[in-house]
Each structure stands twice: as C-alpha cells, then as structure tokens.
Ligand binder design. Structure first.
Ligand SMILES: Cc1cc2nc3c(=O)[nH]c(=O)nc-3n(C[C@H](O)[C@H](O)[C@H](O)COP(=O)(O)OP(=O)(O)OC[C@H]3O[C@@H](n4cnc5c(N)ncnc54)[C@H](O)[C@@H]3O)c2cc1C
Length: 472
C-alpha cells in the first residue's frame, strides 16, 4: 500500500477501535489493523459484559481513573448509538466473617475511587434482594450503578464509527515485524506492508510482543483464562442483578450476572496459561464453576446450560495499565488492559489522544464529523425487530424469524451485509445478530443461517425496502 498514514492502530478490539475512532476526530489519516478477519474477535468478544463503576479498583491508579471515566463515557455513548445496557445494579455478598469484616474497607475504597453510592446491608436485606441466593450469606454491599452491557455491539459501534469517520480498516494484517524508516514506521504484516508516521499498539494479548519489536522490554503478558457458563433464559427470573463475591488479589472472583440477551452467566474462572490462543473450556474449569454455583445459588444449577465459553485476560507483571508514549520512536504502548477494558475503552482512547498530542502529533479537531451510527438492537430490554409492527409493515423481512431461540429475523441478518463492517463468517454474524446463540446453538436454524451467510442475506429475503440501518 503506497499511503503513509498519520497513525496506524494495531488491534481492533474495543480498546484499539476506541482509539482509532477518537483519533479520526482530528485532521489525521488513520489505519486500524487486526490480525483477524473481523473486528472484536479477541478478548473483547468473550468477557463478563459488565459496565463497571470502578468501585473496587486500586485507588490512585490509571486503571481506576480510566474505568471511572469510561463508565460515564460508555454509558453516554451507548445511549447515543443504541448499545443495549441494563441498569441492574450489583450486590456484593460476604459469605465468611472475614469477608463481612472487609465490607467497610470496600465501601471506603469505593469512595476513594470516586463512587459514593455503595451501602452495607445485613443478611435479611441480602435475601430480600436476592431470594434465590444459597444459604449462608452474612451480609453484603450494594453497588447500584454496576450495569450489564453488550460487549459485541460496543466493539462494533466503535469500529463502525471509526470507519464512518474515514479510518481505513485493514483486517487479516498480523504485524510480524517493524522497521524504522526515519519519518515513518513500516509495519510488515501478513497482508503486506503498512506505513505510518505514528503507531499505537493496542494488540491486547500480543501487545508485549509488538512492544519488543519497537525495542522495549517492559512487560510480559500472561493469558489468564476465564471460563463461563451461560444459563438458559428460563433461569433469568432467578437473577435480576449482578451478584459479586468479595474480590481477591487474583481478580474479581466468580459472579452470577444476568445478560442483556436474557440469559444468566456463572463465572469466570481465573487460570494463568502459557498458550495465548487457548480459549477452549475445560472439564476442570466447569467443575470448579459448578461447585461455586452450588453454594452461590443452588436453584440456578437446576436450570439448563445453553453454552460455555472462555476469554483470555491480558494479565501482566505490571500492576496497572501500561500506557506510555515514546516520542522519539513515534510510538504509543497501550498494554495490560486486563479485566476492565470493555468499560474503560473510550476513556483509554481519550487518554491516548492526549498523550500523542503532548508527544508532538498535531491534533486539529475536524468540523465535518458524521453522526455516530445507530446500532441494531440485540438487547431484550429494548424493542427488537420481530416485535416492531411498524417496521415489519415497512419491510416484511423483519417479520420473518430465522433463529427461533433468539428470535432473529432475515431482515437483521441481511442488514449486517449492508453495514460498514460486514461479518466475515458465522461467528461474526452471531455477534452482530445473536443468530444461533440460543438453546439449540444452531441445530435448527444453522442451515438457514448458513444459506443467508453464503448469499449475503440475499436469497432468502426480498430486498424491496432498504433497512434504516442500511440507509445511514
Ligand atoms: C473472562 C473475562 C471477563 C471480563 N469481564 C469484563 C467486564 O465484565 N467488564 C469489563 O469492562 N472488562 C471485562 N474484561 C476485560 C475486557 O474484555 C478486556 O479488557 C478488553 O476486551 C480488552 O480489549 P483490547 O482491545 O485491549 O483487546 P482485544 O479485544 O484482545 O483486541 C486486541 C486485538 O489485537 C489483535 N492483535 C494481536 N496481535 C496482533 C498483531 N501482531 N497484529 C495485528 N493485530 C494483532 C488481536 O487479533 C485482537 O483483535 C473481561 C475479560 C475476560 C477475559
């Protein structure tokens, strides 16, 4: 490619997409690269999907500040773009005397993190709030603003807005080596060379490897696997808020949470691995979760499991986010974004723009920015196309359900192929529509969805009326 971009951002997860979107708000040419064939196909697709207030972060850290800011920025962005969020609140439960004694310190920590709305509650109130909780809870701490969100739509909205702002999205470009060419860096990728004056490394699990290509040796990523169980929608009435354990030094612990798709999650585990690609679930992990679940909420374990999945946190030997600019090399590292990057992503984007501006890149705000995209709704708390009589009257494809478990219509599937970032395969289609994510896991709808995938949504639905998403 002959162009030299002003900035190349490596990694199209939530963090890289947020950075690219932010930088494209200035008079800059920006490329967003990813090794994979779709955006949001790394850690950002497989997390617990909680929009954190940051109440339990380590006060004074960069992570604490960016999670707190990110919470507000993402809440606002979700409202503007239609990312589904549910304001469920959370209840942190103490099961031992030691955990009960830790509650006042947690409340005080939350206050030092700028969050003053937690409340310590006694045993009776705990059971009033969550009647199906297992026996033995001693007390709790309420965190009214913890919320649930759709991580897939978050990533896709940020990347879509980046593209609408003119960012060049370069998929299937694994960065393999870099060469300093004086006024620019040549990134040698699996899909050819990409040149840029500045490079931002937001490569998640691969950020330390890229950092070494730039001559640094400051941290090592350890993939910390988190496995989760997804319970069927019939379980949802058991759980109307996030149920958290008292956090430990190894992480936030095993929680129970509703999802915006109407399911219930139990997880995650926390297991350090060496293989950065091992996102498989394990018998050991699932047994561990079932043991935890039996204590936390035995009624939940009587419900059916729809799916299991695992994500890899980019844990590191550095105790905080590691975001640093190297002005001489015109390079910014965004590393160690472990278990809070969904929430903090937009704030990380703001922070990187400040750093890169301070390091010498001229940032002139653009005056011709397009409106943010309006994303298709995947959340149960909002109107879905199959429920929308006016929309179906305008285009019958929204009334033709293809995936019956998740009630996904032919119109929604078709729209993904007309969107700025169409899916590259069935996995991407699942993340954009929920098709095949229900209790049958594609057993009944797989062939039909596959056909729509092959024909890019064309053969199975009339295209008489372009959808509202397609017209934007
Ligand atoms: C089990 C679990 C639960 C979590 N729960 C929450 C939660 O509830 N709330 C929350 O806020 N956060 C949560 N997180 C954390 C959150 O998911 C991550 O912090 C966030 O997704 C990180 O985004 P990212 O963009 O940095 O990384 P990624 O999404 O992994 O993106 C990095 C991208 O870089 C690309 N890449 C890597 N190497 C190269 C290369 N050499 N060349 C080109 N591209 C490359 C990858 O393909 C990938 O797409 C959780 C994480 C896990 C694992």
């Amino acid at each position: 490619m002959g162009t030299t971009f002003d900035v190349a951002v490596i990694g199209a997860g939530i963090v890289g997409s947020a950075i690219a979107r932010k930088l494209a708000g200035y008079e800059l040419s920006v490329a967003l690269l990813d090794a994979r064939d779709d955006v949001g196909d790394g850690t950002s697709k497989a997390n617990t999907a909680i929009l954190h207030t940051g109440f339990d972060a380590k006060p004074g850290t960069l992570e604490s500040r960016l999670v707190r800011e990110g919470y507000h920025l993402l809440s606002d962005y979700a409202e503007r773009t239609g990312i589904p969020v549910e304001r469920t609140g959370a209840l942190l439960v103490a099961w031992t005397g030691e955990e009960l004694d830790a509650l006042p310190a947690l409340k005080e920590k939350a206050e030092r993190n700028g969050y003053g709305k937690t409340r310590i509650v006694g045993r009776d109130e705990v059971y009033q709030q969550v009647p199906h909780l297992g026996e033995g809870a001693l007390g709790g701490l309420t965190v009214p603003d913890e919320s649930i969100i759709c991580t897939w739509t978050t990533n896709l909205a940020l990347a879509t807005e980046a593209v609408l702002r003119g960012v060049t999205l370069l998929l299937n470009r694994r960065v393999q080596s870099v060469e300093d060419r004086g006024d620019r860096t040549a990134l040698r990728t699996s899909g050819g060379e990409v040149n840029a004056r500045w490079v931002v490394n937001a490569a998640g699990l691969g950020a330390d490897v890229i950092d070494r290509l730039f001559g640094h040796d400051r941290f090592t990523v350890t993939p910390r696997r988190g496995e989760l169980l997804v319970y069927d929608k019939l379980a949802r009435p058991l759980v109307d808020r996030i149920i958290l354990p008292v956090p430990t030094s190894r992480g936030k612990g095993v929680l129970i949470s509703p999802t915006v798709y109407g399911n219930v999650l139990l997880g995650p585990t926390a297991e350090d691995l060496t293989d950065r690609t091992d996102t498989g679930t394990s018998e050991k992990g699932l047994e561990f979760l079932l043991g935890k679940g039996e204590k936390l909420m035995p009624d939940l374990l009587r419900e059916e499991v729809t799916a299991t999945y695992a994500g890899l946190r980019a844990a590191s030997d550095h105790p905080d986010y590691l975001i640093e600019a190297d002005a001489g090399r015109r390079y910014v590292l965004v590393g160690g974004i472990r278990s809070t990057g969904l929430t903090s992503g937009i704030a990380v984007g703001e922070h990187v723009a400040e750093l890169i501006g301070d390091a010498g890149l001229a940032l002139t705000p653009r005056e011709d920015l397009p409106e943010p995209p309006h994303m298709p709704n995947l959340g149960e708390a909002y109107l879905r196309p199959y429920q929308d009589a006016a929309r179906i009257a305008g285009d019958p494809a929204y009334g033709r359900v293809v995936c019956f478990c998740e009630r996904v219509t032919a119109g929604e599937i078709r729209d993904t192929f007309r969107s700025p970032i169409p899916p590259a395969g069935l996995e991407g289609l699942r993340r954009r529509t929920r098709a095949m994510n229900g209790r049958c896991q594609g057993f009944f709808c797989g062939a039909e969805v596959g056909k729509l995938m092959d024909t890019k949504g064309g053969s199975a639905c009339e295209q008489r009326h372009p959808s509202p998403e397609a017209q934007r």
